[in-house]
Unconditional design. Structure first.
Length: 321
C-alpha cells in the first residue's frame, strides 16, 4: 500500500513540474561553499570580516571579535572536549561538499531565471553547537552543519526530540540552504495580506511548491522534511484534514495558538488524529497551491509568490480533496 501511495505522489509531482518550469541554459556562476567551520576552528582567524562579525555578534552572541568575551569563547570553542568531537564529526560528514555546491549552483540558477532581481548570497558553513540550522543576512547564507550529522547521531538524543532529529541529516542540507534564502528574500510579512491560518498555509505551500521547481531532482522527503510514511499519511487523510479545518472554522482564525498547532514543529498536529505528523497544514497549503497552478496555466512562479491575497489562491485553486 505504501509503495502504491508513493507512486501516486510521484506521478502528481512529475506532472506538476513539467516543461512549464524548464529552465534554459547553464549556470553562469558556480556556488563555492566557504568553509568558515574549518578555517576558524583550526586558526582562530578568518579574513572575511563580514561573516566573522555575523558569527561573533549574531550567531554565537559573544561580542565583537577581539573582545575579552570573544577571546574566552574562542579558547573554549577549540579546547572543549565535546566541541572537539563535534568538530571532528562535522569534518568527517562534510569532508567533500562538491555535490552540495553543484546542487546549489543549479538551484540558484533556476531561482535567478524565475526571479531575476533576487541576489545570490555568498554561502558558508559554520559550527555553532546546535544553533539555528540556517542563518541569513544581506548577501550571506550559512548552515550550522552540526545540525546535519544524521538521524542516528548519538549526541542528538540529549538535545532534541525524535520529531526534530528525523530532519537532521546531510542530504537535507541543500534544500534547507535554498529554502532559507527564499524565506529571507520572500518573507511572510511581505507576502501576507492577513495573519490568518489560511495565509500561513498558503505561504508555506508556496515555499514548498517553489522548492520543488528549484530542486527538481530532490525527493519530497528532503524538500519538505516529512518522512515517506508521513507523506503516505497525507495522501490517505487529505480529505479528512481539510474537513477538520473547515468544520472547526479554523481556516480564517487569527488565534496564534491555533495557527501554531497546525504549522509549527510538533510530534503531531493537535486537531488531527494522533498518527498525524506535526506541521500537517503545511502539506494542505502545498496541495492548494499546486491545484491553483494547475488550474491557472498562465500564472507564473513570480506572480504566485508575490500574490499577497491567500483568498485569491484558494478561490483560484477550487480545492476539492
Amino acid at each position: 500500500m505504501k509503495k502504491f501511495l508513493g507512486f501516486l505522489l510521484l506521478l502528481a509531482l512529475v506532472s506538476c513540474a513539467g516543461s512549464r518550469y524548464d529552465v534554459p541554459g547553464k549556470p553562469e556562476n558556480n556556488i563555492t561553499i566557504q568553509r568558515f567551520d574549518k578555517t576558524f576552528y583550526e586558526t582562530g582567524l578568518y579574513s572575511d570580516s563580514a561573516f566573522l562579525n555575523l558569527y561573533a555578534n549574531e550567531i554565537m552572541e559573544v561580542g565583537e571579535p577581539g573582545s575579552i568575551l570573544f577571546q574566552q569563547f574562542d579558547s573554549v570553542f577549540r579546547n572543549d572536549a565535546d566541541l572537539k568531537k563535534l568538530y571532528t564529526d562535522c569534518q568527517k560528514t562534510f569532508s567533500d561538499v562538491s555535490d552540495i555546491e553543484e546542487e546549489l549552483t543549479w538551484g540558484f540558477h533556476r531561482l535567478l531565471y524565475f526571479f531575476p532581481n533576487i541576489p545570490i548570497p555568498k554561502v558558508y558553513m559554520h559550527i555553532a553547537g546546535y544553533g539555528e540550522s540556517i542563518v541569513s543576512a544581506p548577501g550571506i547564507l550559512s548552515a550550522d552543519i552540526d545540525k546535519y550529522l544524521g538521524k542516528d547521531y548519538d549526541a542528538y538524543k540529549s538535545f532534541f526530540s525524535p520529531y526534530q532529529i528525523v530532519r537532521m541529516y546531510p542530504e537535507k542540507l541543500t534544500a534547507d540552504y535554498l529554502t532559507g534564502w527564499v524565506r529571507s528574500e520572500l518573507t511572510e510579512y511581505k507576502l501576507m495580506d492577513n495573519q490568518r491560518l489560511l495565509d500561513y498555509m498558503i505561504y508555506e505551500g508556496k515555499i514548498l511548491f517553489l522548492m520543488q521547481i528549484l530542486l527538481p531532482d530532490e525527493s519530497m522527503e528532503n524538500l519538505s522534511g516529512f518522512t515517506t510514511e508521513q507523506l503516505d499519511w497525507f495522501v490517505v487523510n487529505e480529505k479528512n484534514m481539510w474537513g477538520t479545518i473547515t468544520q472547526l472554522q479554523h481556516l480564517y482564525s487569527k488565534d496564534v495558538s491555533i495557527i501554531a498547532k497546525y504549522i509549527r514543529e510538533a510530534p503531531r498536529t493537535t486537531f488531527f488524529s494522533p498518527e498525524s505528523p506535526g506541521r500537517a497544514a503545511v502539506w494542505t497549503g502545498y496541495k492548494i497551491v499546486s491545484a491553483y497552478m494547475e488550474k491557472n496555466p498562465k500564472a507564473t512562479l513570480q506572480s504566485l509568490m508575490l500574490k499577497t491575497k491567500a483568498q485569491d489562491v484558494l478561490k483560484g485553486a477550487d480545492y476539492r480533496p
